[in-house]
Design a protein around this ligand. Structure first.
Ligand code: BG6
Length: 296
């Protein structure tokens, strides 16, 4: 289902038989909505989100490529999130089974303008799949298309904004005892202590070499998001809290209470591809009643 979204931008709507759905903007290759069979929104999208290129859309799942944050010379989080992607009508076979599923294939290639900013040629294929149970899967395949024999390196994140009822009632499980880099303390390295992560102030961390499964428990709504990932060793946890929220023009002052970013990522050790080589990275999200997962 291909139609016009906010500000006349092209979007694709994926629907599953039980009524789950997802919306994807070609601008940014950006998932802006993911709803369960009851029509409840599972992703956070700011009321102040800009659908005005070249601004990135605040919320949903921005794609951070080829640079996470301001870790290199490019604009923060790279440029994929504010480029116009195309529908890939003839994708090569994907390793994941998408039969009986709603999916869309997008592609982003270097433009001659972008080669001046990041001097590499690439093909980035993104498949977004809505599974039969409403699971949302994003699979990225990035290939080095350089003809000058040069490898390239990049960092990456699926910058996922989960919708939560009340951030102070949220717990994240699966990152206990891990090392993390604290972006609020000059990226210094710390070790997480025993317990699940809870939230009472600004947080901006890159957890390193995490397990492939992370759970985000929304107590008030008795819902657990399960994030599974492959090819993406790290995980970012971010909430701007009140002060930073006020400083962001495209984010409401109180919206930090109902969002949490948990992002499958590859940051500490950048990915390097030689010409012709391809990298794959996958993030799969499901939303289940909390009792299924945690006995609560
Ligand atoms: C997070 C970063 O992933 O994204 C934060 O860790 C950053 O440092 C946040 O502030 C939002 O970034 P942006 O560019 O979308 O405002």
């Amino acid at each position: 289902d291909h139609c016009k979204g906010a500000n006349g931008l092209d979007k694709v709507v994926l629907r599953e038989v039980r009524g789950c759905s997802a919306e994807v903007y070609l601008y940014g290759g950006h998932v802006t909505s993911w709803k369960n069979e009851h029509g409840e929104e599972l992703l956070f999208l700011s009321n102040k989100a800009n659908f005005n290129p070249p601004k990135a859309i605040r919320g949903g799942i921005p794609i951070c490529f080829p640079q996470f944050s301001n870790l290199g010379p490019l604009e923060s989080h790279g440029f994929a999130r504010n480029r116009f992607w195309s529908i890939d009508n003839d994708p090569p076979p994907f390793p994941t089974n998408s039969s009986n599923r709603a999916f869309i294939d997008l592609i982003l290639k270097h433009s001659e303008e972008d080669v001046k900013i990041w001097p590499h040629r690439y093909e980035y294929r993104l498949r977004i799949t809505l599974g039969p149970g409403g699971d949302l899967m994003l699979t990225s395949r990035i290939r080095n298309m350089n003809t000058d024999g040069k490898p390239f390196s990049f960092t990456f994140a699926y910058h996922t904004y989960f919708a939560v009822t009340d951030i102070s009632e949220v717990r994240v499980e699966g990152l206990e005892t891990l090392d993390y880099l604290d972006n609020l303390k000059n990226r210094e390295r710390f070790t997480e202590q025993g317990d699940a992560i809870t939230f009472e102030s600004e947080i901006d961390r890159v957890y390193l070499s995490t397990p492939t499964k992370i759970a985000i428990l929304d107590h008030e709504r008795k819902r657990t998001f399960v994030l599974r990932k492959d090819g993406l060793p790290d995980a970012v946890v971010w909430n701007p809290w009140d002060k930073k929220a006020k400083a962001m023009p495209d984010f409401g002052d109180d919206e930090f209470k109902r969002m949490l970013c948990v992002e499958a990522a590859c940051i500490e050790k950048p990915i390097t591809l030689k010409p012709g080589e391809e990298w794959k990275g996958r993030q799969e999200l499901s939303a289940v009643p909390s009792s299924y997962c945690s006995g609560q």
